[in-house]
Design a protein around this ligand. Structure first.
Ligand code: DPP
Ligand code: ZN
Length: 872
């Protein structure tokens, strides 16, 4: 059935010790000359040499300098096979490829006037014949030759070692990467690039040149990213003791890029949206995303590159770990609570939905048909949560010791998740066998917690039951190891620090009294009972401070107790979460007491001068559609969104005076600058503006902010309000904004995003108009995401139209997109993952829409997803 299975892993029969590649670059015909030093695996003698290669025109082939006769090899368009090789040898191939015809953006392709590469996961086989798997790790020498005028800058992995002029108007640049590196980390970039540069001396004393390259007109907007590289380098030295290991670290920004960015050894290639920024064109959220993606790719140098993957099943070994590392970087540099709240929002809205949808899979899948379909929220975000759980269980010092051991034991190797857990088991002395279920079992664990208080004896009992729901291919689950944080408070709001009596199933080490942020109990069984004896009154219990465990918790608690817990608890993530829960009850259960409690709590928060404005802004952002839908079965989008709108209308009307007061009071603080307080002020002002505009039909406030704004953060938020509330000035403001930034694809993507997310069913007409306009550029992945991705993920009202027009708008573009860029098409197709949870009439429409795609989608990517979406 076309699956690759984890259980079938066999080491490569041939290893590549050294790879020497020479490129004659030309968009229409690039020649690649490869010399590979090959060693047979002594444990697997006599195996044929089988190399991957796609869309390659073979020009010549030789072994140890002697041309290979045509009957000595076969090439079927996917693999090159050579039988009868006796032992270690050098294989030399010359191939021709056609970058200008490469619309998939995998392999070597053009972006504007640049030529660049994207190889992860399996793109290198589109460049030359190679063993395209991550456990083959040669050292590299790369020579680039190209016309000097058209391609004045030539970059590849590693350190630059030579440059020379050739006599025919071309030039040549040679690079060496001395670290064993798999081919998915290969990169080159060529073209008219300009740079910003900065030299640093590492803690180990190495002089490193940091460069950010972009097309000449964009280079002024690269300074922020350059600073973020240095911050990342310093942070990895401090927090993980990891140094940088080459003389140069190059980053290139490209407009056409399917992923966010790519951590190629010494030459990261980025989607321009995660590099280019200044205050006039980028929002605060953009700046923070840039810093975090720069850090993510930089941090991969150790978690991914120095220690790489044995096979693609281990993808989360680098991605989950590196997301954890980049989120700690952001938390250390900025507000830890805000960073965590934002991560939890994504996790709960998107990853939980993935876990409960048709495409659910474990953090380490055990089979796949197309690995590109596994660059998912589960691999990345849930993978990071699993690392965070380990950090919670072990504590910072032991976790760090485990990480040191992991890096030391696996440096230069292609590792597995078992290797990672073995290092932490050794450093901590703990058995991590049950913990490993987090990697193999899909689905979000659900805890239901019941409390009982006996007023006569003062005995208080918490019964915690764990359930992991069935997911595709995994009907039955075992209980997971869940470190559950909790706290008890007495009637005066003081913490009760006495340890509970626990049932025998909790091992004695499974309870940690922790001074701050609650105690931790390690749940290991399907059911646990915790009991306190002789309390003077019924305590108030709070759970999962810091959202330490990525689980769903059902705890039957009155709205009054929930509201009180938000006042008593000091953990900001808990407090935010408590307000989210009140909102969910108000929306999903029409619980009027919950709505009253939420209103009172927000009123207090808006009046609290000590509250971080960024935190207040997070509390004003009610649970999004995905989060709400995950708690509703079956999902009725219109009813859900109507209830959410009604709550927003009520709260914003009731709180209009404090909202306006906060909005006005923070005008100066918000004016400009990238410091934390300025960003926080803008976040809260923009949140207030969106609420106030609900009751401001002329949108005077939003219009005034639009006209006076000096930053994109303020201008963009104002325009979004004008558009989303259909303000009288919306069309003129949009025309003005559009004209000002018509030359800038990234800012154009922004206004398109605001247009297509207008929360009315009729927004689908605006999408249709965009699709028929000059703004629709299907070859550019960012633009496809701006138009269709934002519509699908960010406009639940119009996407879920009862007449199916929203579904069809996306579906109708998939066949054409699939024919040019399968990965981009597959992402959009994956946006239908929740269709089975829709209420019956809409589910039928979704099923028809998906069924209508059968036979139209040709790529392995889309065919795999469609089969998984439709399987019964
Ligand atoms: N470039 C992608 C990332 O860093 C895939 N490795 O996550
Ligand atoms: Zn990554």
């Amino acid at each position: 059935d076309g699956h690759v299975h984890l259980a079938d892993y066999v080491p490569p029969a041939w290893r590549i010790r050294h790879a020497d590649l020479a490129f004659d670059l030309d968009p229409d015909a690039t020649e690649v000359h490869a010399r590979l030093s090959l060693d047979p695996d002594p444990d697997q003698p006599g195996q044929p040499l089988v190399l991957d290669g796609e869309e390659l025109t073979l020009l010549s082939i030789a072994v140890d300098g002697r041309p290979l006769a045509a009957d000595r090899y076969t090439y079927d368009g996917a693999t090159l096979r050579i039988d009868g090789l006796a032992g270690a040898c050098e294989l030399e191939t010359r191939v021709r490829i056609h970058p200008a015809g490469n619309t998939r953006l995998e392999g070597l392709y053009p972006s504007g006037r640049l030529l660049l590469t994207q190889c992860e996961a399996e793109g290198f086989r589109r460049i030359t014949f190679f063993t395209d798997r991550p456990d083959v790790m040669p050292r590299w020498r790369i020579t680039l030759r190209a016309a000097r005028e058209r391609f004045p800058v030539l970059l590849a992995n590693g350190n630059p070692v030579a440059r020379r002029e050739l006599d025919d108007g071309r030039h040549e640049s040679t690079w060496e990467n001395p670290h064993p590196t798999p081919c998915y980390l290969f990169a080159l970039a060529a073209g008219d690039l300009d740079r910003v540069t900065h030299s640093v001396r590492t803690a180990e004393g190495r002089e490193v040149e940091l460069n950010v390259w972009a097309e000449p007109g964009d280079v002024a907007r690269c300074e922020y990213a350059l600073g973020a590289i240095e911050r990342s380098l310093r942070w990895d030295e401090r927090r993980f003791g990891r140094g940088y290991d080459l003389d140069v670290f190059n980053v290139v920004a490209a407009q056409d890029f399917t992923m966010g960015a790519m951590e190629n050894k010494g030459l990261n290639i980025f989607n321009a949206r995660y590099i280019l920024a200044d205050e006039a064109t980028a929002t605060d959220a953009d700046f923070l995303a840039i810093e975090s993606v720069v850090a993510h790719e930089y941090l991969h140098n150790w978690s991914g590159n120095r220690v790489t993957l044995r096979d693609w099943f281990q993808l989360s070994l680098k991605e989950g770990l590196t997301v954890f590392r980049d989120s700690e970087f952001s938390a250390d540099l900025h507000s830890r609570a805000i960073k965590r709240i934002e991560a939890v929002r994504v996790l709960r809205g998107r990853q939980f939905a993935e876990d409960s949808g048709a495409l659910a899979h474990p953090v380490r899948p055990d089979r796949y048909r197309e690995i590109s379909n596994f660059y998912t929220l589960t691999i990345y975000e849930k993978g990071a949560e699993v690392i965070r759980l380990l950090h919670t269980l072990l504590g910072e010092d032991v976790f760090r010791a485990g990480m040191d051991r992991y890096f030391a034991d696996n440096d230069g190797r292609a590792a597995t998740i078992e290797d990672f857990l073995a290092a932490h088991a050794a450093a901590s002395g703990r058995d991590l066998a049950q913990f490993a279920l987090w990697y193999s079992q899909a689905g979000t664990p659900e805890l239901s917690i019941a409390e009982d208080f006996d007023a006569a004896t003062g005995d208080y009992t918490l019964t915690v039951e764990q359930h992991v729901p069935p997911t595709p291919g995994q009907p039955l689950k075992q209980p997971m190891l869940v470190p559950l944080r909790f706290a008890l408070y007495d009637v005066a709001g003081a913490a009760i620090t006495a340890a509970p009596e626990t049932d025998a199933a909790i091992n004695p080490a499974g309870f940690h009294g922790v001074a701050t942020n609650g105690a931790i109990v390690e749940l290991v069984a399907a059911r646990h009972v915790l009991r306190w004896r002789g309390l003077p009154g019924k305590p108030l219990a709070t759970f999962n401070q810091g959202f330490a465990a990525p689980v769903k918790i059902a705890f039957a608690q009155s709205p009054a107790d929930l509201a009180r817990s938000v006042r008593v608890e000091r953990d900001e993530v808990y407090r935010w979460d408590g307000l989210q829960r009140l909102a969910m009850r108000a929306i999903l259960q029409h619980d009027a007491l919950a709505a009253d409690a939420l209103e009172a709590a927000l009123d207090d928060l808006l009046a609290d001068p000590a509250a971080d404005p960024a935190f207040v802004a997070e509390c004003l952002a009610l649970p999004d559609f995905d989060t709400l839908a995950d708690a509703m079965a079956p999902v009725e989008p219109d009813a859900l969104l109507d209830a959410r709108d009604a709550l927003l209308d009520r709260l914003s009307r009731a709180l209009s005076a404090p909202l306006l007061a906060r909005y006005d009071a923070m005008a100066d603080a918000a004016a400009q600058g990238l410091e934390g307080p300025a960003m926080a002020a803008r976040a809260l002002r923009n949140a207030c503006l969106a609420w106030l505009t609900r009751h401001d039909p002329a949108a005077r406030l939003a219009q005034r902010q639009f006209d006076a704004a000096r930053t994109m953060t303020e201008r963009g938020a104002a325009l979004r309000c004008l558009l989303h509330f259909g303000a009288p000035g919306a069309a003129a403001a949009l025309a003005d904004f559009r004209a000002q930034f018509a030359h800038d694809p990234l800012v154009t993507d922004k206004w398109i995003g605001w247009v297509v997310t207008r929360p009315q069913a009729s927004a689908s007409d605006d999408v249709a108009a965009l699709l028929a306009s000059e703004w629709w550029k299907p070859a550019n992945p960012n633009r496809v995401r701006a138009v269709l991705g934002n519509f699908q993920r960010g406009n639940p009202r119009a996407f879920h139209r009862a007449d199916g027009a929203g579904f069809r708008l996306v579906a109708a573009r998939l066949a054409a997109l699939d024919a040019t860029n399968p990965q981009v098409a597959a992402r959009l197709l994956g946006g239908f993952e929740g269709w089975r949870r829709l209420h019956p009439p809409l589910r039928a429409v979704a099923r028809d829409t998906l069924a209508g795609l059968e036979g139209q989608l040709r790529s392995p990517d889309c065919r795999d997803l469609l089969a998984r979406l439709l399987v019964d």
